[in-house]
Design a binder for this molecule. Structure first.
Ligand code: SAM
Length: 264
């Protein structure tokens, strides 16, 4: 551990508070993100990686860090015959999920901390697909691990939760992510000018709030609190857990990778 890293981790509790405040605030503007062309592209690439359309009726999906449920919703639109467990640990996100899917018996919402080892040990269900869009690189702790050591450990637990023919699809910001490029792309495509119920000015303000949260995420990545692995490290981490047929696709205006792996 470098000197800079050890100083960060001495202050880890204050970072944990900062991270949970970030998600609390993000919940207020996150639903707006669905109007960005770049995010729509990311959802498209993510669905393609999930192969959800080929899942049998009643097939089980785990959406880890479901947020406001955009991925849960998109997976169900692509294959209405599946069941989804949507997990998040942030109260505001869980409330949003509960409201959004209250009438939908295919969705079960759970408040769980992905970084809580007990959750993984107690999990009895086996899933055909584990989906986690822009979440796993933000998990700050697991099993006493912090920083870079969390992700490889976490992915081993994901592997253990999959059925024999299971698929894992997840995404991560690129190692040197610049979310400003996503914002610029949205401006270029006039994404904010066409949001129902929002004037263009209000749309632009919401997008700027999203950008400021996204910039904070990037900063936490630079500080080593979050971990945005390079492509070669992604391959190693996935292989070490036992995943095969690993693919990485650049998405989100080249600012994120969509990664897939098969258990067999
Ligand atoms: C960037 S959002 C992504 C939301 C959603 N997957 C999407 O694509 O729209 C990250 C989500 O991860 C959740 N999250 C972060 N840390 C978590 C943890 N330890 N346990 C469960 N959820 C967590 C946050 O609350 C937030 O909803």
């Amino acid at each position: 551990m470098t000197e800079m890293e050890s100083t960060q981790f001495e202050n880890f509790d204050s970072f944990e508070k900062r991270v949970s405040a970030l998600w609390e605030e993000y919940a207020k503007v996150y639903p707006f993100l669905i109007h960005s062309s770049a995010y729509k592209g990311l959802v498209h690439d993510f669905l393609e990686g999930s192969n959800v359309e080929n899942l049998r009726t009643g097939g089980e999906v785990l959406d880890l860090g479901a947020g406001t449920g955009n991925i849960t919703n998109a997976l169900l639109e692509k294959n209405p015959a599946i069941k989804i467990t949507a997990v998040d640990n942030n109260d505001a996100m869980v409330q949003y999920l509960n409201n959004r899917f209250s009438e939908d018996s295919r969705v079960s919402v759970k408040k769980e901390d992905i970084g809580d080892l007990d959750v993984w040990k107690k999990r009895e269900e086996v899933f055909n697909i584990v989906a986690s869009n822009l979440v796993l690189p933000y998990i700050t702790h697991l099993n006493g691990n912090k920083g870079k050591d969390v992700l490889p450990e976490l992915i081993k637990y994901v592997y253990g939760s999959l059925s024999e023919d299971g698929t894992f699809v997840w995404s991560s910001p690129k190692n040197e992510v610049n979310f400003g490029k996503v914002f610029k792309d949205a401006v270029t495509h006039l994404d904010f000018a066409r949001v129902p119920g929002h004037s263009p000015i209000k749309g632009l303000k919401s997008a700027k709030r999203i950008l400021s949260h996204a910039n904070e995420i990037a900063e936490l990545g630079r500080l080593g609190i979050f971990y945005f692995p390079k492509e070669e490290d992604i391959i190693d981490i996935m292989k070490e857990s036992g995943f095969r047929k690993i693919t990485i696709k650049e998405s989100f205006v080249k600012q994120s990778n969509v990664i897939t792996g098969k258990k067999i």
